[in-house]
Write a protein of this length. Structure first.
Lengths: 117, 110
């Protein structure tokens, strides 16, 4: 149980285009989903927290107009990288918490490798 | 800022027991301690979680002293496939994200 999927697993796009990454909780409902970014040889950096039906909360330094997050249902959150540039190339990982979560247990997706040419 | 401090790297040989200690001096009363494992180009994988004393599962043990200011992940008889980055995280409040520190890169050799 508690499986989180991401789609696509990798994507290559041209500079200036937009890319959408999906994060789904397959066997549970997630009130809260989180988006992280990870550069090579570095740790995961929290980008934003999204709650179903409300606006996402972005971490300091993350441009909300560039990284659009939508959490329209209890099983799906999307991250859209708008007008992507090479410096946006990174490994994007989402995680989710169950609706009835008594401990701080997050389930992570497999990640999406974004390469911007 | 990450709430934890771990060694940057550790080396071991196959078959040995590996203990990774994490410091979390400012742990809050309602914080749990969770350890994740991450392989390159994969999402973090849950290893074990605890609140106090000792927790054990099929892959690891977690030792937490009474003051909870540190914790030790114990991996029995590691193999080459245990080469990965191990993250210690603390957190507890509903709806809050886990904040990752630098993690410990464990290298297991034959």
């Amino acid at each position: 149980g508690a499986v989180v999927s991401q789609h696509p697993s990798w994507v290559i796009c041209k500079s200036g285009t937009s890319v959408k990454i999906e994060c789904r909780s397959l066997d549970f409902q997630a009130t809260t989903m989180f988006w992280y970014r990870q550069f090579p040889k570095q740790s995961l950096m929290l980008m934003a927290t999204s709650n179903e039906g409300s606006k996402a909360t972005y971490e300091q330094g993350v441009e909300k107009d560039k990284f659009l997050i939508n959490h329209a249902s209890l099983t799906l959150s999307t991250l859209t990288v708008t007008s992507a540039h090479p410096e946006d190339s990174s490994f994007y990982i989402c995680s989710a918490r169950e609706v009835w979560d008594s401990r701080n247990e997050q389930f992570f997706g497999p990640g999406t490798r974004l390469t911007v040419l | 800022l990450a709430k934890t401090t771990q060694p940057i790297s550790m080396d071991s040989y196959e078959g040995q027991e590996v203990n990774i200690t994490c410091s979390h001096n400012n742990i809050a009363t309602n914080d749990y301690i969770t350890w994740y494992q991450q392989f390159p180009s994969q999402g973090p994988r849950f290893i074990i979680q605890g609140y106090k004393t000792k927790v054990k599962n099929e892959v690891a043990s977690l030792f937490i002293p009474a003051d909870r200011k540190s914790s030790t992940l114990s991996l029995p008889r590691v193999s080459l496939s245990d080469t990965a980055v191990y993250y210690c995280l603390v957190g507890g409040q509903a709806g809050t994200a886990l904040i990752f520190g630098k993690g410990t890169t464990l290298s297991v050799s034959s």
